[in-house]
Design a protein around this ligand. Structure first.
Ligand code: FUL
Length: 521
């Protein structure tokens, strides 16, 4: 449909607006709001706060990137305790642990059938250790989901004389998984692929990870490469097909179609994080490059990319950063971000329509270090206390515009994110929430029913009742899955939500008022 924007301008919409084959702004908006999350993307978004764990030979060398020449014997955690990771993560409010099963150095934290460069060659637990197995069991115990980071870059396979990376091997038909004597798979499925040695190796390992550790909910493909060799290419689409078959519930993140990198590693968030993003080609042909521009999803940007032959895609952002300076534990001089900073990122990311993936690197014992634990305990305490009670409970809501049947304003107060308010006409408009008595709060939460109606709100403001009038306390951009506004603590008996700019008719699923208790200095 969207081929080339013939630059005809539709004067109707104020400023010049390009039309493509007669498609005006309204028709474009209809296309944009029709884009919805896949259920696996929605389930991932609802996790909100997740835990990244970087652990491996780098932990024992005190480096960020290994070189592939590491002796597996250096991997010797003295007191590996994945229960502690999961307990701390759960108590901080996290719902998934994403683990570096293999980082760029190529050392595997599970005893892969396909390389000796793994925990099986370490004296740790006499070569019988399996960090991923311990972690999977702990995740089950603490009710957390599990994700895996499998680095496409692999320095061991580059540097080792018999390494498979970029070895010039032919692409030919191969069966995944390759049988290994004495180590059969319980899962009988096989895949016929067209691959060279390294892609076969990679898919054999994906098969191990996705069939032998219980359900995997996120697969993370990093784009970084400390080194390349032999023009090695990755057969991504075969990898994705295997993941869809073996782990249909898993989102494929970063170099993949389901979750996009926020574009930085410092925890910065865009003021307007749209989840409907134009990409340069249909998903099957797109290579998911990093997207670091400030504007990824405005209507202007969408028009531009569609005009060049692009398509629309539900592509929500994940904000990733580390609690420490660096991704791996180095020593106890390493800076640890204080709880205020983690909470600030949490509010901007979870409350800015993204998922927050916070890295917590275990130390050489194989435990989260005490300083990190203290920060996470404080973060968990603040989040629990703040969001324990919705202070909008018992309120009533009204809007001057008539509502669609069954979508009255009261729906934003029913605690059910699957119901919503939807008026019969477009923004601008106001929604007034009357509290049963004056209440004190400093956090305002808004959610859109993205599963049913996509992402629409582009700008809104919130006013609180003062004396006989209103005072604006928050103004912001998009809502999407969730927007949290932090405001000065105050008391009022009424709140007004003004939808200032919206793609089509606005809709809100949930509204909440909360009080973050004052913190000790
Ligand atoms: C980067 C990697 O190079 C880092 O080591 C780390 O894993 C980070 C999350 O992604 O691209």
């Amino acid at each position: 449909m969207f081929k080339r924007w013939s630059v005809v301008f539709c004067g109707l919409f104020g400023l010049a607006w390009p039309c493509v084959a007669g498609l005006d702004r309204e028709a474009l908006i209809e296309k944009v709001i029709a884009v919805r999350p896949h259920p696996r993307q929605l389930a991932w978004q609802e996790l909100e706060f997740t835990c990244f764990v970087h652990f491996g030979v780098n932990t024992f060398r005190g480096v960020e990137w290994g070189d592939g020449h590491e002796d597996p014997a250096i991997f010797q955690p003295t007191d590996l305790d994945t229960d502690q990771w999961c307990r701390v993560a759960r108590d901080a409010g996290m719902r998934l642990v994403l683990f570096t099963a293999k980082h760029h150095d190529g050392f595997c934290l599970w005893p892969s059938r396909y390389t000796r460069h793994s925990v099986a060659s370490s004296p740790w637990r006499d070569g019988h250790g399996d960090v991923l197995r311990d972690l999977a069991a702990s995740c089950r115990k603490y009710g957390l989901k599990l994700g895996v980071y499998l680095s496409p870059a692999d320095l061991y396979q580059i540097e080792h004389p018999e390494g498979l990376y970029g070895n010039g091997s032919a692409y030919r038909r191969r069966t995944i998984p390759r049988p290994v004597e004495g180590r059969p798979f319980e899962d009988p499925r096989t895949f016929e692929v067209e691959a060279d040695d390294y892609n076969e190796y990679f898919m054999n390992q994906l098969f191990e990870l996705l069939t032998e550790y219980g359900p995997i909910h996120e697969v993370w493909f990093d784009g970084a490469h400390p080194k390349r060799k032999g023009g090695q290419q990755y057969t991504y689409s075969q990898w994705y097909d295997m993941i869809r078959e073996l782990a249909p519930q898993a989102v494929i993140a970063i170099k993949g179609p389901d979750v996009r990198w926020c574009g930085n590693e410092a925890g910065w968030t865009r003021p307007a994080e749209w989840s409907v993003i134009p990409i340069g080609a249909p998903p099957g042909k797109w290579t998911w490059p990093d997207m670091q521009a400030a504007d990824l999803g405005s209507l202007e940007r969408i028009a531009e990319v569609l005009g060049e032959g692009g398509v629309l895609h539900w592509y929500p952002a994940e904000t990733n950063t580390s609690i420490r300076h660096g991704w791996f534990w180095r020593d106890e001089r390493q800076h640890v971000k204080p709880a205020e900073e983690i909470l600030d990122i949490w509010y901007r990311s979870v409350g800015g329509n993204t998922v927050f993936l916070l890295n917590v690197p275990p130390d050489r014992r194989g435990r989260f270090a005490d300083r990190d634990v203290r920060v996470l305990q404080e973060v968990g305490r603040v989040l629990r206390e703040t969001f324990a009670h919705n202070l909008a409970t018992g309120a009533t809501a009204r809007c001057s515009a008539p509502s669609e049947p069954g979508r009255e304003p009261a729906r934003i107060l029913d605690g059910d994110p699957t119901t919503c308010w939807m008026p019969k006409r477009e923004a601008p408009m106001e929604l007034v929430v009357m509290l049963p008595e004056p209440r004190r709060f400093n956090r305002i939460v808004l959610q859109e029913p993205i599963a049913d109606f996509g992402q629409r709100i582009g700008r809104f403001a919130v006013d609180v009742g003062v004396d006989d009038g209103w005072k604006t306390v928050a103004e912001d951009t998009v809502v999407g899955y969730k927007r949290i506004c932090r405001i000065e603590t105050g008391t009022t008996d009424r709140v007004r939500i003004r939808i200032v700019d919206c793609r089509s008719v606005p809709t809100i699923s949930e509204f909440g008022l909360y009080l973050e208790p004052p913190r000790e200095p």
